[in-house]
Design a protein around this ligand. Structure first.
Ligand code: PHE
Length: 340
């Protein structure tokens, strides 16, 4: 390779280095000029064919070209790095002197809010608020409520069975049993809490939801007492006229038993997924306590009787706020929860 050719190669490579607009282009130039199979490597391989003094001159020139290309590459590479850094600093810029966003107050979950309201209401009516465990004995969840092992009524509730005769309670009714056995008659109690059913989840069913149990045991309790408390409850919750209907309902622990339905407040009775397209929503199953239930908890049904109800608290919250999908309540989604 002649001196001329080398100078030519050098100036073309320098031009390309100056013109490169990305680091990748720079790298291509480096490989083609300075790489192991690059132009300079080739030139130095041809040197063996030169006369000794030629060789010294071309050798010197080769080194000079190599150094100048290397230093140009370094310079341009540093320029790219600096530009990248500048861009990053520009985009990640934070103003530390801005005022802090301040305290954002939280709020209670809508189920908790309505539960607290109902507790206040029932406390004002002379009821005690009781709690019970979510893992219950089979006896408290079923047997003591007049649902013996082989009874078909066991199929009314899809149960999560645990080992050792325990269940995730399917309703708050086992707290009736605990209340009767601990406190005895006369008794006025409510028991709000979380319950579990082995259900397919959809817009109106969850495997986990909330109920409020209510029970009154006294002398000469009648359906008139039951209806009075149910009406007081419903008007306290909805603060408006709600159409209700009472129909017979079967629950082994009450006799007679009722289903108190309300006109669906989501669709106004026209039909929607929440009311399963029939316009009515079961809200308040209730009835007079079955004598067997009193007897099993050590209360003499000749002397005492009572009523009980099991309010679907989750469903009630949905009706009150017009929430058309039960899953929202369990989602933990703050955009949803901040509305309450
Ligand atoms: N425990 C019943 C249920 O969850 C509801 C109920 C309670 C019915 C009290 C009558 C009396 O289905």
């Amino acid at each position: 390779m002649s001196e001329e050719q080398l100078n030519e190669l050098s100036s073309r490579a320098l031009q390309r280095i100056e013109a490169a607009s990305t680091e990748e282009e720079l790298e291509t130039v480096r490989v083609e000029a300075l790489g192991r199979k690059g132009a300079l490597a080739q030139a130095s391989r041809q040197m063996g064919a030169l006369a000794p003094e030629e060789r010294a001159r071309i050798g010197k020139l080769l080194n000079a070209v190599k150094q100048s290309l290397e230093s140009s590459l370094e310079r341009r590479k540093a320029a790219f790095a600096e530009k990248a850094l500048r861009e990053r600093l520009e985009s990640e810029w934070v103003d530390l002197t801005l005022p802090a966003p301040g305290i954002r107050p939280g709020s209670l979950h809508p189920v908790t809010q309505v539960q607290a309201e109902l507790e206040d209401l029932f406390i004002s009516l002379g009821f005690t608020v009781l709690g019970g465990p979510e893992v219950e004995t089979e006896r408290n969840n079923f047997d003591a409520l007049n649902i013996p092992p082989e009874h078909p009524a066991r199929d009314m509730q899809d149960t999560f069975w645990l080992e050792g005769g325990y269940v995730l309670r399917t309703h708050t009714s086992p707290v009736q049993v605990r209340g009767m056995e601990r406190l005895g008659p006369p008794l006025r109690m409510i028991a709000p809490g979380r319950v579990f059913r082995n259900e397919e989840v959809d817009a109106s069913h969850e495997h986990t939801f909330y109920q409020i149990e209510g029970m009154m045991v006294d002398r000469d309790v009648s359906i008139a007492h039951l209806l009075y408390f149910m009406k007081t409850l419903i008007s306290a919750i909805f603060h408006r006229d709600v159409t209700v209907r009472l129909r017979p309902g079967y629950f082994p622990f009450v006799e007679p038993g009722f289903e108190l339905d309300i006109h669906c407040l989501i669709c106004g009775g026209k039909g929607c997924p929440v009311c399963k397209y029939n316009g009515w929503v079961e809200l308040l199953p209730c009835g007079l306590v079955h004598p067997n239930v009193l007897r099993m908890s050590g209360i003499d049904p000749e002397e005492w009787n009572g009523f009980a109800f099991g309010l679907g608290l989750t469903r009630l919250v949905m009706m009150r706020y017009g929430i058309d999908d039960i899953r929202l309540l369990m989602s933990g989604d703050l955009r949803f929860l901040r509305q309450f």
